[in-house]
Design a protein around this ligand. Structure first.
Ligand code: GLN
Length: 497
């Protein structure tokens, strides 16, 4: 059995009956990282010794339970190696956000989502690469260099959670946490051929997450299967007094409650056909059409829907998210956190710390955001963008009064070449055109692999649901995924050492 190729669902069974140990799994993951991360660059830091220690503890917990010393069964992720995007604080380790500003910043506490994983016994193997402060769609702006797509290392893995997506896709870990402000979990998952889930806004606590656009940011999961995604989400979700936008889940057993049904009878799926009029790669369109055909054959009813204000989602998102970013990033002033320039006066310290500690894209966002919030421009830009945001939410509510879920593409194209869009921010922003509106409206969304383009790069399909429909989304995505033999496809890494 190739340990690296297993899923969380598989290995949790093998761990529980003692067929494998967490130490073996962790060693297999560390070996995979050692062999291939030189060419993929998925990780910013790897904590081998700590991971092995955690694996020993997890093995003891399984053993105790098997011996009957305790009646409480360990969590299904007890002993499972997981990677964390490097914008989430992990106690006593560096949390860099891919930025020179925080390159040496040591977190003093765990983000709530990380603490949940730790308490569930997960092996926290390392921190993954990200666009600087999670601003980007390609994982190229990190101070630690770009991450490469495991299917073709000349291409980007998507972003900003490209390190997390690449680490799962290249079988270095069984699951990873990412963050999704405008698509950064779903888009890299699609480009790397893995499953990316963004919960309803407020589903997972943002405490300990380095803030970008607080009214959008959500922590999501990246895994090989929908089942695994439900398992990981189940472990990290829930209300947290440290984040008052987090909500109480009526039933958080997303994995346990996964439907065992094998059809979609009674489910109505909406399709916004205007999405196919945009600049979309023909193979992406073709594959989404095939998914719709499969879903129809599974018994779902497919009807057209209209989301008239979606055409303004990109403008609205980039105004509001950047406005929030400009406020959130004001704290990096050289006084409180991280990098500080070598100056003697206060003003020079502020100016040079921010000029030298932050990268080009981050500074662009701060400037755009500050401009949109400034007197005289606030009404024209920020306020209008907020009005559009409300209209987009209303369009979705109207659509979801008729359909259970909406299905469409995740990205207009498959993974592009490294360097292709880095000097053209507008082109880069357009790669999120199908994912942003879910964040504007706070909806849950999932990206599931559904095919390949002609050069062998993965394609993803996106399913969106109304707020709090996370369980239904998992169920439908799971039923769809079982029709695929997707798990037999892995990027071949042997020639990429
Ligand atoms: N690509 C989008 C942006 O750059 C989304 C980023 C994200 O979801 N973190 O803003």
């Amino acid at each position: 059995m190739n340990l690296n190729h297993q899923t969380i669902t598989n290995i949790s069974k093998l761990l529980s009956n003692g067929e494998i140990t967490s130490v073996e799994l962790t060693e297999a993951c560390l070996n995979q990282i050692e062999s291939f991360d030189n060419s993929i660059n998925a990780f910013i830091s790897v904590y081998s010794d700590m991971a092995i220690q955690q694996a020993y503890t997890a093995d003891k917990a399984w053993l105790n339970w098997r011996k009957g010393n305790t009646k409480i069964k360990p969590s299904m992720i007890n002993g499972v190696p997981i990677a964390i995007k490097d914008v989430l604080c992990m106690s006593d380790t560096i949390t860099s956000a891919g930025s020179k500003m925080l390159q040496n910043f040591v977190s003093h506490y765990d983000a709530t989502a990380v603490a949940h994983l730790r308490n569930a016994g997960a092996v926290l193997i390392g921190k993954t690469n990200t666009d600087e402060f999670a601003m980007g769609s390609s994982t190229e702006t990190s101070i630690f260099g770009p991450t490469h797509n495991p299917w073709n290392i000349e291409h980007v893995p998507g972003g900003s959670s490209g390190g997390s997506a690449a680490s799962v896709s290249s079988q270095m870990v069984y699951g990873a946490l990412g963050t999704d402000t405008g698509g950064s979990v779903r888009q890299p998952a699609a480009m790397c051929g893995v499953v990316g889930f963004k919960p309803t806004y407020g589903g997972v606590s943002r405490s300990g997450l380095i803030a970008f656009g607080s009214s959008f940011d959500q922590i999501g999961t990246i895994t090989k299967t929908v089942e695994d995604s439900a398992a990981l989400h189940q472990a990290i979700c829930g209300h947290d007094p440290h984040d008052l936008t987090s909500y109480v889940h009526k039933n958080a057993s997303y994995f346990t409650n996964l439907s065992d049904c094998n059809n979609l009878n009674g489910i109505t799926i909406g399709v916004d056909e205007t999405q196919f009029n945009q600049n979309i790669q023909p193979e992406v369109k073709l594959n989404i059409m095939n998914v719709l055909e499969t879903i129809k054959n599974l018994g779902a009813n497919i009807i057209p829907i209209h989301l008239p204000h979606n055409q303004y989602a990109l403008e609205s998102y980039y105004l509001i998210a950047n406005a929030e970013a400009s406020a959130n990033l004001a704290r990096y002033d050289g006084i409180r956190y991280g990098f500080r320039s070598n100056d003697t006066t206060l003003m020079d310290t502020y100016i040079n710390t921010r000029s030298n500690g932050l990268g080009k894209e981050v500074k662009r966002r701060i400037m755009l955001g500050t401009y949109a919030l400034s007197t005289g421009y606030y009404d024209d830009y920020y306020l209008n963008a907020q009005k559009i945001r409300s209209l987009i939410s209303e369009d979705f509510s109207e659509a979801f009064s008729k359909v259970d879920l909406i299905v469409g593409p995740v990205t207009p194209t498959t993974a592009f070449k490294i360097g292709a869009k880095i000097n053209n921010p507008l082109q880069m922003y357009l790669s999120d055109v199908f994912t942003l509106s879910a964040n504007l409206a706070g909806l849950p969304g999932i990206s599931i692999p559904c095919g390949f383009d002609k050069i062998g790069l993965p394609i993803g399909v996106q399913m969106l649901g109304p707020k709090f429909s996370d369980q239904k989304l998992f169920n439908v995505a799971h039923i769809y995924q079982q029709t695929l033999n997707w798990r037999q496809f892995h990027p071949s890494l042997e020639n990429k050492k």
